[in-house]
Design a protein around this ligand. Structure first.
Ligand SMILES: Nc1nc2c(ncn2[C@@H]2O[C@H](COP(=O)(O)OP(=O)(O)OP(=O)(O)O)[C@@H](O)[C@H]2O)c(=O)[nH]1
Ligand SMILES: [Mg+2]
Length: 254
């Protein structure tokens, strides 16, 4: 059976790098993995995609043909991918891989907050799927940034409604203490509340507190798994979380 994992996160959060590093890591443990690039705007990629959306949709051609700027063309490209999804999906099925990693468009809103994204995820083969949402470690060190990112990830979840794993990406860029602190915020509301009181004042403090309360009231859990695409730290835990969701704790390839 094929399993599909979508990598989703704000621009520059490390989606393409983590896709590449995780694929390499899986290959080393003899797992049959493929990579799909769904980012029509990617100029260079840190991996060789097995299926590449740029073979179907060309952003530069759209700019020329419709006199669009780069952002307008990206929006149009995101919608055009939906028209091609049947063909893309067939290409993916033909790979017959056990696990398929999907790198999504750089600007998350093109994928998560337009009608085409959920349609693409839904139509993208009928196999079991999960999403990985990336929290950029350096950005998340500030409690207000962290809380707004939790909100974004909750919004993404409500768009796709597939199991979602949350990772703290680029964790090699922070000292271990800071990484542990952020992970603790994700596990323990009290420690986040403490950090908000310590580090924020006035409106920022009030807003963060209320946003945090709203999230916990919704009953959404966002336990973060620290990972690094550079050092491969955390890959074992990350893979275990995905195996638990997608393969009932088994490996993808026997
Ligand atoms: N130190 C470190 N840098 C990283 C890591 N992952 C990504 N980066 C760097 O962060 C930048 C963005 O990484 P990408 O993988 O392109 O992120 P992305 O989310 O695919 O970016 P866009 O698709 O352009 O939005 C690059 O300069 C990467 O080298 C990591 O684990 N550690
Ligand atoms: Mg990318």
């Amino acid at each position: 059976m094929m399993r599909v994992v979508f990598f989703i996160g704000t621009a520059g959060s490390g989606k393409s790098s983590l896709t590449a590093a995780f694929a390499e890591w899986l290959r080393l443990s003899k797992q049959d993995v493929s990579i799909i690039n769904l980012d029509p705007g990617a100029l260079t990629l840190p991996y060789t995609p097995d299926v590449d959306v740029r073979d179907y949709v060309n952003v530069e051609e759209l700019m020329d043909e419709y006199s669009l700027g780069p952002n307008g063309a990206l929006v149009m490209a995101a919608d055009l991918i939906a028209d091609e999804i049947e063909k893309i999906s067939m290409d993916v099925e033909e790979l017959k891989s056990d696990i398929v990693l999907v790198d999504t468009p750089g600007q998350m809103e093109l994928f998560a907050f337009r009608a085409s994204g959920p349609y693409i995820v839904h139509e993208f083969t009928k196999e079991p799927k999960a999403a990985v949402y990336l929290f950029d470690a350096v950005f998340s060190l500030n409690p207000l940034n962290y809380v707004s990112n939790v909100f974004l990830s909750a919004a993404v979840y409500t768009r796709f409604f597939i199991p979602q794993v949350h990772v703290l990406s680029k964790c090699d860029l922070l000292p271990a203490d800071d990484v542990n602190r952020i992970v603790d915020w994700s596990a323990n509301p009290k420690s986040l509340e403490y950090a908000i009181d310590q580090k924020l004042e006035g409106t920022k403090r009030l807003l963060s507190r209320n946003m945090m309360k709203a999230i916990f009231q919704l009953g959404l859990r966002f336990l973060l798994i620290p990972v690094s695409a550079r050092t491969n730290d955390g890959m074992i835990n990350f893979n275990m979380a995905l195996e638990r969701i997608l393969a009932g704790c088994d490996k993808y390839t026997y």
